[in-house]
Design a protein around this ligand. Structure first.
Ligand code: NAD
Length: 409
């Protein structure tokens, strides 16, 4: 199933709960604008490469649109559209004043030099600068992009529009970025996993965890969960997975990944495959890499009783239904990984006010926003006897619907 089709299915399930009519469903699902651009760049070897870039702006009923930029070889319009839609529900479920958007370039950044990456990024912004900005659509990092890329984007956008660091978030801290933004998504995953355990009366120290992906989200998620006493028995990245029954030495793995930009060669654990990691005998599974990793093909082998969707769209709808029927608790992506967009919002607020918060304030406010959202989702799930995912969508869709109606169609 294509990515947008999955998002639409989750939307429809929640819209059924709300008895929403067909015309409103169509309005809320249809993106406002989809941009596809040609990015022609000279590579280091002198050859011209022509890439395709996308920006999909899904909805702005609740505020300027917000969403990351992904540089990955699987990026296509369908995936970007699905992720843009997810952003609308994500910003709504944590109740920050944004709509949803997403963008990306179909390219594999691992094969590029730093200079090639910079030229591609700047050329992309040349093509889309007039449809993004601090009051319309504010990009941020996602897979394959980081603070440095955000800094190039700011610089390129400002060449057309003048100084305004609020045009992009996820910037380096010393260049109008926010303290705590880099760790925010992974930290949020850990905070929410902790709150979920509290709700079901379980202790972190008695909950074994496997984390797939050791990039921005997996790295900071593992760090926070380790510091919160969770025994993490498996970690992985694109090079493979690493398992140790008694718990992986997470500080050593973090140091290794920082030094080598990959887990390849990490010798503190037994080497297994990424597929094996997903079906390990653990209590909690944290997919924090790519979409579509738990499907009807492997869902019956998944043994974890809790899944925290740190990545966007890691579970296909049929697998999701199977997990719900089996009583597996799934903390859905639109809540589980919302820590990043929440701190992006704090960064934007600070930029607009020319004011800087300290790390403690960022962490406290993040905790408050996620705690409120988690409690609301938990309550709606209990009242309606639905999954946490459907509950999160119900809350989000209601908010976007209300804002749409209030502003007049
Ligand atoms: P990243 O590029 O920093 O890291 C991705 C990680 O996944 C890397 O460790 C990579 O090696 C690994 N990986 C890639 N393909 C894999 C595969 N086939 N099997 C196993 N591991 C694989 O990306 P990120 O920013 O950490 O994002 C990860 C996920 O979290 C994505 O789904 C993204 O959309 C989502 N997300 C990220 C943020 C954010 O703030 N960065 C916010 C919300 C959601």
């Amino acid at each position: 199933m294509k990515a947008f089709e999955s998002t639409r299915l989750y939307f429809e399930r929640a819209a059924d709960q709300l008895d929403m009519d067909g015309s409103m469903r169509k309005l809320l699902l249809t993106p406002k604008r989809e941009v596809q651009v040609q990015i022609a760049v000279e590579m280091d070897n002198g050859e011209i490469d022509t890439l395709i870039g996308y920006r999909v702006q899904h909805d702005n009923a609740r505020g300027p649109m917000k969403g990351g930029l992904r540089f990955h070889h699987d990026v296509d319009l369908d995936e970007v559209r699905s992720l843009a839609t997810l952003m609308t529900w994500k910003t709504a479920v944590v109740n920050i004043p944004y709509g949803g958007a997403k963008g990306g370039i179909c390219v594999s950044p691992r094969g590029l030099s730093r200079k090639e990456l910079e030229r591609i990024t700047r050329k992309f912004i040349d093509e889309i600068h007039d449809v993004i900005g601090p009051d319309t659509d504010i990009p941020a990092p996602d897979m394959g992009t980081n603070a440095e890329v955000m800094s190039w984007i700011r610089n390129q956008w400002e060449k057309f529009h003048g100084f305004n660091p609020a045009c992009i978030t996820g910037k380096p801290v010393e260049a109008y970025g926010a303290e705590g933004r880099e760790e925010a998504t992974g930290r949020g995953v850990g905070i929410l996993a902790f709150k979920l355990l509290n709700r079901i009366g379980r202790k972190p120290a008695e909950t074994t965890v496997a984390i797939q992906g050791f990039g921005n989200v997996g790295f900071h998620g593992a760090k926070f969960m380790h510091e919160s006493d969770f025994p993490i028995v498996a970690i992985s990245d694109v090079t493979g997975a690493y398992y140790r029954e008694g718990g992986v030495d997470i500080p050593a793995a973090l140091r290794y990944a920082m030094a080598n930009h990959s887990l390849e060669g990490f010798d503190g654990a037994e080497r297994i495959s990424n597929d094996e990691l997903l079906t390990l005998e653990v209590d909690m599974l944290v997919p924090a890499a790519i979409g579509g990793v738990i499907t009807s093909a492997n869902v019956n082998d998944v043994k974890a009783s809790i899944i925290v969707e740190a990545a966007n769209g890691p579970i296909s709808p049929d697998a999701d239904e199977n997990l719900f029927e089996r009583g597996v608790i799934v903390l859905p992506d639109i809540l589980a990984n919302a820590g990043g967009v929440t701190v992006s919002y704090f960064e934007w607020v600070q930029n607009l006010q020319y004011y800087r918060w300290g790390l403690n304030r960022v962490r406290q406010e993040l905790d408050r926003v996620l705690a409120d959202a988690f409690e609301q989702v938990w309550q709606v799930a209990a009242e309606r006897r639905v999954s946490l995912r459907t509950a999160a969508y119900v809350i989000a869709i209601e908010r976007v619907h209300r804002a749409t109606v209030l502003s007049g169609i």
